[in-house]
Structure formats: structure tokens, C-alpha cells
Ligand binder design. Structure first.
Ligand SMILES: Nc1nc2c(ncn2[C@@H]2O[C@H](COP(=O)(O)OP(=O)(O)OP(=O)(O)O)[C@@H](O)[C@H]2O)c(=O)[nH]1
Ligand SMILES: [Mg+2]
Length: 500
């Protein structure tokens, strides 16, 4: 009996081997894996076959407004609204001027751009109607489309369709939202880098190599009785090292990525009258905070944003810190200053050079170091003694930035602020993770990779190694969107604006 039981098993194993070889050949073609992802994604997404419409420009009065219409009924709808010529018969990527009519009623004179399936942003038949920018007129055009079978698009649905049709992967789609939200040169460059493929292409290639190993190991399970080893363990180990090195550098880039996306909070801390509010005003180039020679002028914290060389800094002017104050409001302000100091990404410790001794400054410096606070020591009011004498006074304390806030002499400080944030990592052409979703998936991937590595070292059975590799594939696929579910996609795209 055992003999008989083994025969069909070996036959099916041989069959699986043939299928496996075929799959290996196919995975060389990225078109295959794209269309596979596309098919899987489409079947999970409801409502994708409907034609959608939305205003793509901001609501309100403007010179022009653009309406987007995407889906299989787009041209049938346009042929009813734009009657001077049949747009369905015009070539893709052409512009047409004419009237939009709802029955006999003329709504607007417009320019229509047409893009035919699959050569469009969404990968479907897509029409963009540029009308006059009256919210009333534009709404009438949208209503006319709705009457003829389109439905209103959900936030991000055009980009979601671009993803579902394999035009973009998930990181590229998310970068589209980042580009729209970008407000500095660096955030714009980082988003553009990711739209062009960024690190997701690299992750996809590594994932494909890992899939091949995973398939080989799973095949070994079918031949467990023959005790064969299809997956070369040394090569697998090398691949795990490659994936982990990319993963680690991407994880490390998130600190900078977070700065690019959310900015850096900077608390300006110091004793009363050090010149903190004067410094805030000098950096902002406006009289934002009240300045006076009365110690304790600033009672509450004041926050303002400035852009220095493409990085957003959230400057926080605080109440001067003195330890013995009988004023209740001032002492609450001091508490807040201490809290802001703890929460800040960077502390600018500002002192009046005439009120500070090198000994006291060294003690303060020691405290920052002990608390592992990122700080800059800034000497203010160098105009009084003169720069040379001031530098001479503090020559034993290293790394002081000398400024005169009142003379707006702060270039040196601005330079140091960007340097301390970027730490020389300003090449936004290199991969930078700016998205918290990617960061969390990368952290999980890193931990799964450690398990594979340990499993290989300990020579654990193939089925357990296969399980750990599958976890790695899951996290890699979550980043690029090759592994997704509808809820996750809806969540990601719901953060987009309508019409994108
Ligand atoms: N000579 C000189 N005076 C300055 C300079 N910066 C600030 N001051 C003066 O120092 C005094 C205190 O300045 P503020 O900016 O109000 O000081 P502050 O640190 O905000 O003080 P509090 O809000 O009370 O904690 C004012 O009279 C400023 O004009 C500087 O660079 N040189
Ligand atoms: Mg002040």
C-alpha cells in the first residue's frame, strides 16, 4: 500500500515541478506580475466598472475649472453632451473646442481633452472638460454627466483606478498625494522621486528574487521524502542580507523623511531677557512677538513656521526660564517652556553673552548632553562687547554660534539649524521614506528577515523557513501594493482630494 500511495504523489510533484519552471520563466516578465497584481486588485475592488466624474480643480470662482470623467461610458456620455463632433471617433490625446449642451440648453463653451483606454492617467477612457470657472456652470456640467450614467468619484478614485490598472504602484500613487501636499522644495523633490519609481522598483526586484526562493523551498516540501535541496542556502542567505541592507537604510531614512513631511519643531529656550522673542522676530523677519527689556515679557508659548532651505521649522518662542518666580502666570509659562523643550526635535539655547559665564554654560551644555537633547548653543547680543571679545570670553566652550538678534545677524544660526537636521543627508535623489505606512511595514519586514536569517543559521526545517519568507513577501508586497485588501486601499485613497 505505501508503494501505491507514493506513485500519484510523485506524479503530482513532477507536474508541480513543470508548473513551477513555467512560473519561474514568467516571473522574468514584469508585465506578467503587473497584470497579475492588476487582476487580483480588480477583483477585490467594487464599483470599478462604473464611470466616474468630479471637479479636479478647487471649488470656487476661477478662470477655468476642469472636470474629469473616467470609465467605459465616458465617450458615450460625451457624445450626448458635446454634439459638434463625435469625440468617440477622434484620436486619443487631442483637444476639441465646442459647446456642452444638456438637451437643447447650452451650458458652456469648453475645451475637451481626450485620452483613450489604456493611454490615460487612469488607464481607462478619460475625458477632461475645461470649462469657465463658475461653480454653478461646472456643477451643471457634472449634473449632465450624472444624468447620463456617471457617478460622483470618491476621494482619490482616479488615482486608485490608475493603481488598479497597473499604471502606478501603491508607493507611486501615495507619492502623487505627497506631491499635491508638498510645500517645500525638498518635499516636492522627494515626492517626485517616488512618483518616478523611487525605492519601490528596488523592493519589487528583491521581492521577485525572494518569490523564486520561496517557490524552490516550497517545492522541497513536496520532495521531502527524497531529501533534496532545490534552494541554495548560501545564495538565499546572501539575498536575505541584500534585502535587509536595503530595508535598514530605508528605515534609517525615515527620520529625515519625517522631517521633510512634517517639519522640525525648534524650541527657543533661555533665561528671561536673553533675546528669544527678538530672535523669533529676526528669523521670521516680522514683529511677531512682543520684545521688551522687562524680564518675563513672554508668558505663553508662540509658534510660527519658517522655511529655511526647503525645510519647515516650527519655531516656538517660550517664556524665559528662571527658577525663582513669585508670579503665578510666569511660573505656568516656565512649566510650558520646559514641556516644549522636552517635546522639541531641536532646542536652541539662547543666552545673553553679558549675563553668562563660561562655567555656567559648560554646566548647561553637560545637562543637554546627559538628557540626549539635540541642541544648539547660541550666544546673543555680541554687538555689545564686539564679536572678538565675546568669542574670547567663551573660548573654552566649543560649538557656540555667535549672533546679534537685534541686528538680524542670524545666517550662521540658520545654516547650523539645517545642518543639524540633515546631517549631510541632503541628497533627496537617494531613497527617503516619508510615509509612516511604509516605515511600519519596513520595520516588520526587518524583524521577519531576522527570523529567516536565524532559521537558516539554526538549520530549521524548510517548512518553517518557508513561513518566515512568506511573511517577508507579505510586508514587501504591502509597501508596493502587490498585496492589498479593499479596506486598506480605501483608507489610503480616502486621504486624497476628490478629482485626483
Ligand atoms: N544689544 C542687543 N540687545 C538685544 C539683542 N537681542 C535682544 N535684545 C534686547 O534684549 C531685551 C530682551 O529681549 P526679548 O527678545 O524680549 O527677550 P526674551 O528672551 O524674549 O525675554 P522674555 O520674554 O522676558 O523671556 C530687549 O530690550 C531687546 O531689545 C541683541 O542682539 N543685542
Ligand atoms: Mg520673550
Amino acid at each position: 500500500m505505501p508503494q501505491e500511495a507514493k506513485a500519484p504523489r510523485t506524479l503530482s510533484s513532477t507536474l508541480r515541478l513543470c508548473v513551477f519552471v513555467a512560473i519561474l520563466k514568467c516571473t522574468h516578465s514584469s508585465r506578467f506580475s503587473l497584470s497579475l497584481a492588476w487582476m487580483t486588485a480588480l477583483t477585490k475592488f467594487s464599483g470599478w466598472e462604473e464611470t466616474i466624474v468630479a471637479l479636479a480643480t478647487p471649488p470656487g470662482i476661477s478662470a477655468i475649472g476642469v472636470i474629469r470623467l473616467s470609465g467605459s461610458k465616458s465617450f458615450a456620455i460625451m457624445d450626448q453632451l458635446f454634439t459638434s463632433k463625435k469625440l468617440s471617433e477622434q484620436p486619443s490625446h487631442t483637444l476639441h473646442v465646442g459647446f456642452i449642451k444638456d438637451g437643447e440648453a447650452v451650458i458652456d463653451e469648453v475645451v475637451v481633452s481626450i485620452y483613450k483606454d489604456p493611454r490615460s492617467y487612469t488607464g481607462e477612457d478619460l475625458v477632461e472638460i475645461s470649462g469657465h470657472g463658475s461653480p454653478y456652470v461646472l456643477q451643471q456640467i457634472i449634473n449632465a454627466c450624472l444624468k447620463r450614467g456617471a457617478r460622483l468619484a470618491k476621494p482619490g478614485e482616479f488615482t486608485q483606478r490608475a493603481f488598479l490598472h497597473g499604471k502606478l504602484d501603491l508607493t507611486q500613487a501615495e507619492a502623487v498625494a505627497d506631491l499635491i501636499a508638498s510645500n517645500t522644495d525638498i518635499s516636492q523633490r522627494a515626492a517626485l522621486h517616488n512618483i518616478r519609481g523611487g525605492f519601490s522598483q528596488q523592493l519589487k526586484e528583491l521581492r521577485e528574487r525572494l518569490i523564486r526562493f520561496s517557490a524552490l523551498i516550497e517545492l522541497e516540501l513536496d520532495f521531502s521524502q527524497e531529501n533534496v535541496e532545490f534552494a541554495d542556502r548560501k545564495q538565499l542567505h546572501e539575498l536575505i542580507e541584500d534585502v535587509d541592507s536595503v530595508t535598514t537604510s530605508l528605515i534609517n531614512s525615515f527620520q529625515l523623511g519625517n522631517v521633510i513631511r512634517n517639519g522640525v519643531s525648534v524650541a527657543i529656550i533661555g533665561k528671561p531677557n536673553a533675546g528669544k522673542s527678538t530672535l523669533l522676530n529676526a528669523l521670521l523677519n516680522e514683529e511677531r512677538a512682543i520684545v521688551s527689556d522687562i524680564p518675563g515679557t513672554t508668558r505663553d508659548t508662540i509658534e510660527e513656521i519658517i522655511n529655511i532651505d526647503g525645510i519647515l521649522f516650527r519655531l516656538i518662542d517660550t517664556a524665559g526660564i528662571r527658577h525663582h518666580t513669585t508670579d503665578v502666570i510666569e511660573s505656568v509659562g516656565v512649566q510650558r517652556s520646559l514641556e516644549k523643550m522636552k517635546q522639541a526635535d531641536l532646542v536652541v539655547y539662547l543666552f545673553d553673552v553679558n549675563e553668562m559665564t563660561p562655567g555656567e554654560l559648560s554646566t548647561i551644555k553637560g545637562e543637554f548632553k546627559a538628557q540626549q537633547t539635540k541642541y544648539l548653543l547660541v550666544a546673543n547680543k555680541i554687538d555689545i562687547l564686539g564679536e572678538d571679545s565675546t568669542r574670547n570670553k567663551f573660548k573654552e566652550v566649543l560649538d557656540i554660534i555667535f549672533i546679534s538678534a537685534i541686528q538680524q545677524n542670524t545666517e550662521n544660526l540658520k545654516q547650523q539649524m539645517t545642518d543639524v537636521v540633515l546631517e549631510g543627508k541632503v541628497q533627496t535623489e537617494s531613497a527617503i521614506v516619508t510615509n509612516a505606512r511604509h516605515f511600519h511595514a519596513l520595520q516588520q519586514l526587518h524583524s521577519a528577515l531576522q527570523d529567516v536569517r536565524k532559521g537558516l543559521q539554526d538549520n530549521i526545517p524548510s517548512d518553517l523557513v518557508a513561513l518566515d519568507i512568506r511573511r517577508c513577501l507579505q510586508y514587501l508586497g504591502e509597501i508596493t501594493g502587490e498585496v492589498t485588501n479593499e479596506d486598506q486601499l480605501d483608507y489610503i485613497f480616502s486621504k486624497f482630494c476628490i478629482g485626483k
